[in-house]
Design a protein around this ligand. Structure first.
Ligand code: NAD
Length: 279
């Protein structure tokens, strides 16, 4: 079976560079989707409290027969729980839903600059679950350079990752450089821009050159940039396609052509203005 390379995070924890994302997988379908991903070979699952499907991930983990240590699980704090005690209680809920005594990575999902609770305070709750070992690593998501720089300056534990929207049409150079300066690994969410970049003529041309699909070419571009990715699909053939990335390479010219597609196109919210709290 293909083996996915690991990336070593800034605290020494190893994360498989390719995982399986479950955003928008309905809770009732999540167990089967994750079991299918395990069968294909994925050993890294990216979920969140907001997705409502942590329990399905836990059911798949229990049914899979895999050892807990063989699977890397990430979850994220929902936007409604930024206050210190709420964050700790919500974290307990994550462990309960997943049926495990620890997560491998736990993230602040959004910085929420307009709410009363400052993300620096929220981070202190994450530092507690990191110190007591219930989160093997902690990180942030959707942090722009100025959010990240402030967090690093004002707190003790440097985030292990920053999970942000990255694809050929939105490459986030500023956040990327700030993350690199602090030794923070980038996780690229919506790596294929939910399909938007797959019809791009440059992408399809490179795909024909290397005899691969457009999705494989774009995912390979991310891997060669050193980022972590976890494409989402519930279609078995695509789950397999998105995993078959380790027996070909893009050359420098092909990498450059895809990088040249940058156009600052966000498919998701802007972290500087997004303050949505689920009710
Ligand atoms: P994605 O870029 O992975 O695209 C997923 C969609 O693309 C699927 O619904 C499917 O329609 C299509 N697709 C997948 N594989 C394909 C293939 N081989 N060929 C053709 N079409 C294909 O987008 P995503 O699901 O938004 O992002 C991936 C993961 O990133 C999520 O599941 C989640 O774990 C994470 N994420 C995090 C945040 C955040 O705020 N932290 C936000 C969005 C997503």
């Amino acid at each position: 079976m293909t083996s996915v390379p690991n990336i070593t995070l800034n605290n020494g924890v190893e994360i498989p560079q390719l995982g399986f994302g479950v955003y928008q997988v309905p809770p009732e379908d999540t167990k089967d989707a994750v079991l299918a991903a395990f069968e294909v070979g994925y050993r890294h699952i990216d979920t969140a409290q907001m997705y409502g499907n942590e329990a399905g991930v836990g059911e798949a983990l229990a049914a899979s027969g895999l050892a807990r240590d063989d699977v890397f699980i990430t979850s994220k704090l929902n936007n409604s729980f930024h206050a210190h005690d709420d964050a700790l209680e919500a974290f307990d809920g994550t462990l309960e839903a997943l049926g495990t005594d620890h997560v491998d990575l736990f993230l602040i999902h959004w910085p929420l600059p307009g709410i009363d609770v400052d993300f620096v305070e929220t981070w202190k709750a994450l530092e507690e679950v990191y110190r007591d070992g219930r989160a093997r690593s902690i990180g942030v998501s959707n942090f722009l350079a100025h959010h990240l720089n402030r967090l690093v300056q004002e707190t003790d534990v440097v985030p292990a990752v920053n999970q942000i929207e990255v694809h050929p049409y939105l490459q986030q150079e500023e956040a990327r450089q700030a993350s690199a300066a602090h030794g923070v690994v980038i996780e690229a969410w919506s790596p294929i821009a939910q399909g938007l970049v797959l019809d791009d003529p440059t992408v399809t041309a490179v795909a024909s050159e290397v005899g691969r699909t457009p999705a494989q070419v774009v995912l390979r571009w991310h891997l060669q940039r050193g980022d972590v990715v976890f494409p989402k699909s519930v279609t078995r053939s695509r789950v397999e396609e998105n995993f078959a990335l380790f027996d070909f390479e893009l050359d420098d010219a092909q990498m450059g052509q895809i990088t040249a597609l940058e156009r600052g196109h966000r498919t998701g919210p802007d972290p500087d203005t997004f303050n949505w709290i689920p009710r």
